[in-house]
Design a protein around this ligand. Structure first.
Ligand code: ADP
Length: 240
């Protein structure tokens, strides 16, 4: 990706969006038959699959916790998910992202109700264009609900950033590469509880507040989309 002359002109981004505009989002529930729960999420060019298994017996057993379930999470980018082939298998980035996704999801789960078990969450990025950890969280949380895992709330994620000096919602790959900052956020909407907050780059206090406000507001829209997706599977309209 060559550096473009600018990322923003007259308030419009290179992909035609306004600063506070989300890329087109779709969420589908229950597309994998073998998994206990699954979801497929697209956000612009991102295509992400999540699968959940469990709560199920932990193997190896020495990992069992006597008083709660454990959550295992694997975020993986397919070799064909990026322009240059990505070397298959875990790397530093995917290990870090798996950890932060697990930590973003755990507060939503009643782990103490399922001692000695594991809840295994797999996130496969089939095509990526920035923002995949947030959409991984969004997809995984719907897949957990689809698996029937009791939850305090769904977790919804989105990234905000800074391009050409302006706070912008949901950076795409080009903007992520050449922008000044990227800040992934995930929340449990009901009580505005933040479960993921990272930052790459620099924002002033004011910019941080503006970005966080934007992310929290859009997470509520994403939350509605997650609920709608679950309703389409579990409460179809009469006549559907
Ligand atoms: P996120 O996808 O959560 O925004 P990053 O900020 O680390 O995570 O990555 C931004 C984007 O950079 C990814 O969505 C992906 O499109 C691209 N990217 C990440 N790792 C690689 C890689 N190893 N090879 C090519 N592109 C990559």
């Amino acid at each position: 990706m060559d550096k473009p002359e600018y990322l923003l002109k007259d308030g419009i981004r290179l992909d035609g969006r306004k600063l506070d505009e989300l890329r087109p989002l779709t969420i589908e529930v229950g597309i994998l038959k073998r998994a206990d729960g699954s979801a497929y999420v697209t956000l612009g060019k991102n295509k992400i699959m999540a699968a959940v298994y469990g709560p199920r017996e932990v193997h190896p057993r020495h990992l069992q916790k006597l008083d709660s379930a454990i959550v295992r999470c694997r975020y993986n980018m397919a070799p064909f998910s990026v322009r240059e082939r990505k070397r298959p298998g875990p790397d530093r980035r995917s290990v870090e992202i798996s950890k932060v996704i697990r930590e973003a999801l755990e507060p939503a789960l009643f782990l103490e109700e399922f001692p000695r078990t594991s809840i295994d969450t797999f996130i496969e990025v089939l095509e990526s264009d920035a923002g995949t950890r947030c959409m991984g969280i969004t997809a995984a949380s719907v897949a957990l609900a689809d698996a029937g895992v009791p939850m305090r709330d769904l977790v919804s994620g989105i990234s905000v950033g800074k391009i050409d000096g302006n706070i912008a919602l949901d950076l795409n790959g080009l903007e992520d590469n050449y922008g000044e900052a990227d800040m992934p956020v995930a929340i449990m909407s009901k009580k505005d509880e933040i479960t993921l907050l990272q930052m790459d780059g620099h924002l002033t206090d004011e910019e941080f507040k503006e970005g966080l406000k934007m992310a929290l507001s859009v997470c509520k829209d994403i939350y509605q989309e997650q609920r709608n997706a679950l309703k389409r599977k579990y409460a179809p309209k009469v006549g559907d």
